[in-house]
Design a protein around this ligand. Structure first.
Ligand code: FES
Length: 127
């Protein structure tokens, strides 16, 4: 078999691992870069505040941010009942620290880290 025929026949087999690796890198990059940065005004008073993707809880001048995505199947948590965060889809409820109070969810809400921009008095977080 001549060199040209060999490359034509087995070239894809040689290139395949490199193509798979390149594909995985592109996919990983897309996952990393899909995070969105969100800026939120700091609240003036204690309370629970709902935004599209974030739940902000301020109590005794301590502030926590959680993803509003329910850990059961991903519905957006957007209401409070009896002081608990309640998912509208299947009724899971969560406490002020994101802990599960009742299922079907079994995992606490994802707490988000944030930075404070003192100039604009905004919180900056990523979801
Ligand atoms: S998606 Fe929230 S309880 Fe099912």
């Amino acid at each position: 078999m001549k060199r040209k025929e060999f490359l034509k026949t087995f070239g894809w087999l040689i290139a395949l691992p490199y193509l798979l690796f390149a594909g995985l890198m592109v996919r990983k990059h897309r996952q990393v870069s899909s995070a969105r940065i969100i800026r939120l005004k700091t609240p003036n008073a204690d309370g629970i505040y709902f935004y599209d993707d974030v739940i902000m809880i301020q109590k005794d001048q301590k502030l926590k941010l959680f993803s509003s995505k329910c850990t059961h199947l991903g519905c957006r948590i957007n209401k409070i009942e009896n002081g608990q965060l309640v998912c509208p889809c299947h009724g899971s409820s969560f406490g002020e620290n994101g802990e599960v109070i009742s299922g079907p969810a079994t995992t606490a809400l994802t707490e988000l880290t944030y930075k404070f921009d003192p100039e604009k008095k905004e919180l900056i977080t990523e979801v």
